[in-house]
Design a protein around this ligand. Structure first.
Ligand code: TRP
Length: 327
């Protein structure tokens, strides 16, 4: 069976856009492939230096994925930090990673450009971790030699760097790694924020996946619409409300709502209906999520089971890699 691998950053709180664009498709994919899904907690140190926040975020994100239906029996679900072999591979690969290639990585370049703009020293505030982020990511991936790596389009360059590093290793030590293929969903930013911009915490236009019913209702009420009155025909194209319906409904329901738009459903009623629809899907997941959050031992045990398997596989792969390089 082909395998797929993806990392989940452990910062922030997942929003509805993450659910529709990343969590749901990854869980779907995990039914088709042997799946490696891990919490990229070491990557989070680049952004977050508060130990409590790092810990809490990992638990919350793990609980989110489990509540959303990730079957930890069919997939390997683990924390990156619990598979130390990844860090050994990180060093080996960093010796295969041309510095010039890393100089061109978007995140690093953006930080340098910002410093130039602000007339700071080019490297002001930039850690070596930020600079070498793509190497750790290639170690995450190549540790398990997956065929596919589903990622958002912002990660495309990281996958190219991973392939370059793997290729260099293959040329230096004779073929070893299969070059992982990215699966990039071009429509990943599936849900627009409530104000019509990209959904993002920093714009204050996102809807937390597991906010209370009351807050969910309130956020949906905030969604921007045009000023058409009840009774006037509504356009589905470019309507944020319709876009949300689209992602939470089956075909029959979409036909029904399309018809209601044509017949001039009032925005207030449409929003009520949308809330009911989304809440129907999220409500059981929300309950599971809070059960898990209140039972951290269960989360811990689930992760540990995945980590034991992941370490076992990683060890075997690392031994082969070390043999190749003469260590
Ligand atoms: N950098 C990825 C992101 O920000 C997360 C990540 C870390 C990852 N390691 C990975 C994704 C390996 C895929 C494969 O979303």
């Amino acid at each position: 069976m082909d395998s797929s691998l993806t990392g989940i950053t452990t910062t922030g709180t997942p929003h509805l856009g993450n659910y529709v664009g990343a969590i749901k498709p990854a869980i779907q994919l995990s039914k088709k492939f042997k799946s490696y899904l891990f919490l990229a907690d070491y990557h989070s140190l680049i952004k977050v230096n508060d130990p409590d926040a790092v810990k809490e975020s990992s638990m919350k994100i793990a609980a989110t994925w489990l509540a959303c239906g990730l079957d930890s029996k069919n997939s390997l679900f683990y924390r990156q930090s619990k598979v130390p072999q990844i860090l050994e591979l990180n060093w080996i690969l960093s010796c295969m990673a041309p510095k010039g290639l890393l100089n061109r990585a978007h995140a690093y370049k953006a930080a340098v450009d910002l410093n130039k703009e602000n007339k700071n020293d080019e490297d002001f505030g930039i850690s070596h971790g930020l600079f070498s982020y793509p190497v750790l990511m290639s170690a995450d991936i190549l540790m398990f030699n997956p065929k596919y790596v589903p990622v958002g389009k912002d990660q495309k360059q990281h996958l190219e760097i991973t392939r370059d590093i793997a290729d260099k290793f293959n040329k230096t030590y004779k073929n070893f790694f299969q070059l992982p293929e990215p699966i990039i969903d071009e429509s990943l930013d599936l849900l627009t924020g409530t104000d019509g911009r990209k959904m993002s915490k920093s714009y204050n236009n996102s809807i937390d996946l597991f906010s209370s019913e009351k807050i969910l209702q309130k956020s949906i009420n905030k969604i921007k619409t045009d000023s058409k009155e009840p009774g006037e025909k509504k356009e589905t194209k470019d309507s944020i409300i319709f876009q949300y319906f689209n992602h939470f409904s089956d075909e029959e329901e979409i036909n029904e709502i399309t018809k209601e738009f044509e017949e001039g459903i009032g925005w207030g009623d449409a929003k009520k209906k949308l809330f009911t629809k989304i809440n129907q899907e999220i409500s059981p997941l929300r309950d599971k999520y809070f059960d898990l959050i209140n039972n951290p031992k269960l989360i811990e045990d689930t992760l540990e089971a995945g980590e034991t398997k992941a370490r076992d596989e990683a060890n075997k792969n690392l031994e082969k890699i070390k043999e190749k390089i003469g260590i």
